[in-house]
Write a protein of this length. Sequence first.
Length: 698
Amino acid sequence: MEGLVLKFFLLYSLFHAWLILFCSSMHVNHGNETDRLALLAIKAHIRQDPYRIMTSWNESLHFCMWHGVTCSPRHHQRVTDLDIYSLVGSIPPHVGNLSFLRVLNLQDNTFSHQIPPQIGRLHRLKVLSLSNNSLDGTIPANISNCFKLIFLHLGRNNLVGTIPTQLSSLSKLRAFSLEKNHLTGEIPPSLGNLSSLRAFSVTTNNLQGSIPSSLCQFKKITDFYLHSNRLSGTIPSCIYNLSGMISLSVARNQIQGSIPSDLFDAFPNLQFFDIEENKFTGGIPLSISNATSLQEFLVSLNNLTGQVPNLGKLSSVMVLAIGGNNLGSDKHGDLSFVSGLTNATKLSELTLSANNFGGTLPTSTSNLSTNLEYLWVSANKLRGSIPNGLGNLVNLQSLALRGNSFTGSIPTDIGKISRLGGLYLQSNKLSGSIPPSLGNFTMLTRLYLQGNNLNGSIPSSLGKCRGLLELDLSQNNFDGTIPQQLLIGLPSLSISLNLSKNHFTGSLPMEIGRLKNVGALDISDNMLSGKLPSSLGSCESLEVLQLQGNFFKGLIPSSMKELKGIRDLDLSRNNLSGDIPLFLEGFRTLENLNLSFNDFWGEVPIEGVFKNLSATSVVGNTRLCGGIANLQLPVCKSKDSKGGQLSGRMKLMISLVSGFTLLGNTVVLCFLFLRKTRKETESKTWRTLFCKFHMPLS
């Protein structure tokens, strides 16, 4: 009996175990199938896969082995992570069926349409990143149902509407990022409930209103970004109690107030501080002298005043941008703080432009970090010479000293800065000649020397600056001829070449045609002479051509009809002559044409730009006639008053009529001649026949 009971118990135990396994198996299969179908639905919504990311998504492999899919063995092979990129398509609602998903990373794709609200079903989700796509519509409020979310990143899309207040229930959220969308409205004060936040970014939207003081509840915040919105008011003072702050940016808003004097005492770990393009007043706080952790200090384009404190302890600073304020007092020593920056061995950008700094540029500037790439000290009230030694800044890419009162010559050692891409020395009082060493700038793209007292000739070595896009030497005292080597060596010029308001002589070289890509050419107000070269027609990208105020003579070259994109053409105040070319009528893009004070004659065209009185000037050409009525020129006669020559259009008509008449007369004469010749031949033939057969002629 006991043996029978034992057998029964064993059978029952086996059956029970089998039943558990069977049910478990049924549950697993059902879950697996749900995930598989959801993944296939996602694949079906992919329109382009340039890198063949999804080639592994096929039936020959288990979906847990598909690219970007991670499953958990603890949860019977359910999908827990989905990470795919570089795809074009949309996100289907089926993604909400991946109920065990903890990480949904679809950033860096080109997904369009709306964010499916079914994402709100993913209650296990901890990371949701849909950034850098083309998603539109509003942010689904039911994302707040993903109550385990730690990371929410929806930035760099086309999302509209307001920030849902429901997101304030995501109490575990540490990173909240909605930057670079089209969101409107105000920052919901309820977001202050996100007390676990470390990073908060809503930059580059259209948010307005003030910064809610409730955000001071972000006790653990380290990175706080509100820049590029339309926020106003002041920064709540309690924000400065968030002592763990590492990065703070409210740039490009309409925020007022002053920088607290104890800013860097309140934020001892602050590395990044950006309040550019606002309405801040007051001075730079003295506490900056102790900001040993500071890496970037950006306060440009505000209304700051006063002197810049000692910066000798900023050994970690990389970017210091204080331009566009009213700092300094136009006195000697305003830039004494620059000497302290020689300890900043990582300094890469120093922007001091558009302030009230006076005195001289310290010689210690040449001792700044060799990592310095941008040195901008333009639009101040600096005097004296440009210090020697700037050639030590071997990695400098941009040097801007324009709009001061620098005197003396351009230091030759600047030519040592082989990586320089932009040199801006315009609008000073520099004298002397251009150092030939500037030809060492093989990476230079922009050279601005206009508005100085520079003289001599243009060194042909500038033709070695093969990367130049723009060259402006206007408003100086340069003389001599325009070097052919300059034009031959600079086919790269694609923005402009400006040599105006100098004393250049000689002719415009034929090599000017080498500048096939230049958009603007200004050689006005010099003493150039001779005929306009036919090679001007090769400058096929020209939009602006200004040759006025020279001594050019002769005709407008017919080759200039190739300048199809010209918008502004000024040939005034020269000695040009002949008819106004009819091809100027056909320039559809021409907006301004100035032919005044030359010696053109004949009939003024009436089509194209010539229809617009405000766009065309032909005054000072005493032998012109016709044109639109508003020009008030005399009516063209069949012959002009000087030399009895006919007008251009009349000459053309008479030539055509005369040609056809001559052709007709020639045809008639030929016909009569042939007819007469044929009759004489026939008569002669008949006479011969009659004589041959002794027949009398009647």
